[in-house]
Design a protein. Sequence first.
Length: 150
Amino acid sequence: MFKIIVDADSCPVKQEVYRVAQRYNINVTYVANSEITVPTDQLIETVIVKGHMDAADDWIVDHIAKDDIAISVDILLASRCLKKGARVLGHHGLVFTEHSIGDAVATRDLMTHLRDIGINTGGRASFDKKDRSRFLQSLDRLVHETRRGA
């Protein structure tokens, strides 16, 4: 059976992931660099990874498997998870695919370059109720697709 692995540092949808996992009886692993608060449940595992800045990302990639679902807005982590056959969903409800990840990585690199040369790129968009709803719909759809083997 597949599992859900959450890049949990500053993840605004931890509770939503838990509710969906509980509804479908799916194991969830929250991975973070520091202590986080999550519900106590037999479906939930919390992994605290100490070390370098990408230690949590490395742990996720080492433990994700084909058809697992990764939750993260980290585009480079999303790319690494896709290469292992996982499905990846961002907090705003965007499903990363093999077709879309190249554009996402290129956009990320461009924005990083613009910030590096001093251009204000405006930062991340705020997270609102529409994003939360879109996330829940996308996660529900991914769970159903994964169960069907689609």
